[in-house]
Design a protein around this ligand. Structure first.
Ligand code: ADE
Length: 259
């Protein structure tokens, strides 16, 4: 049975103590479905001060991560010249935008290396000669790639076979193209998850929709799809516009399912 190994290159090795030891990711390590190896970039420096950064050529603000320690770290991980199963990913705001599809793609790997960028950036030679991919987790700038690496690692780990049980696997479906009702009439587009409720049925007078307690699973399925579509149209016009809905879904939006 194969274990997906994540190699993380960082100047903050302790950063990951908390985020990666809890919940699903923590369990996945205990179950030996994934393995996480942290590489302290300062350990790959060769000067007395363990220098990992320097000023940019040409002037300008901020510090740039030096290339040599990063090249040495990757060399140690893969061995010199080994191109087999190599996946070196730089986390930076300039990368392609992470999504569920990329998470699926990465979950097929045996191992990958995540370089956590810092400061104003990394020396371009790292990007050009060392990395196979560059990924951003969204259009905002974080102080470094460590948080982004945690996000990527979490989303990928959930997709590794055997990490989630069958029931919770379905929770990955929020961003998977799907056809909830299974009916020919419903086209599959990406739709957001529907609302969830649990006990109590009434809390300070706030009630759970009655339909969810009816046991009528066909109706519940339709209600969930309707709510998911409504939420997607409202919050994510980039994912779905009304005009793209199938006639069946347009009718579903008009349908009065609750009393
Ligand atoms: N480093 C800084 N900002 C980032 C982002 N949005 N995604 C990935 N890495 C980053």
């Amino acid at each position: 049975m194969s274990v997906l190994t994540f190699h993380l290159i960082t100047i903050f090795p302790n950063f990951f103590d908390g985020p990666l030891s809890h919940g699903i990711v923590g369990q996945a390590q205990k179950k030996k479905k994934i393995s996480i190896q942290i590489h302290d970039l300062r350990g790959f420096t060769q000067d007395r001060h363990k220098t990992v950064d320097d000023r940019p050529f040409g002037g300008g603000e901020g510090m740039i991560l030096k290339p040599e320690p990063i090249f040495r770290a990757v060399e140690k991980i893969y061995g010199i010249g080994s191109g087999i199963d190599r996946k070196v990913i730089l986390l930076s705001p300039q990368g392609r935008k992470f999504n569920q599809e990329i998470a699926f793609e990465l979950s097929m790997c045996q191992r990958m290396t995540l370089i956590c960028g810092r400061y104003e950036g990394v020396d371009e030679r790292v990007r050009e000669y060392l990395t196979d991919d560059e990924i951003s987790i969204g259009d905002y700038v974080l102080s470094g790639g460590e948080l982004a690496a945690c996000v990527l690692l979490d989303a990928v780990t959930r997709l590794v076979p055997g990490v989630l049980n069958k029931d919770s696997s379905r929770l990955n479906e929020s961003f998977t193209r799907r056809n909830l009702s299974g009916s020919e009439n419903h086209q599959s587009y990406t739709i957001l998850d529907h609302p969830h409720y649990t006990r109590p049925e009434s809390f300070d007078g706030l009630k759970v929709p009655e339909l969810l307690m009816s046991g009528d699973h066909k109706k519940i399925g339709l209600w969930r799809r309707k709510k998911g579509i409504e939420k997607t149209l409202k919050n994510r016009p980039d994912l779905l516009q009304y005009d793209r809905l199938s006639e069946a879904d347009k009718r579903l939006l008009e349908l009065k399912l609750e009393p």
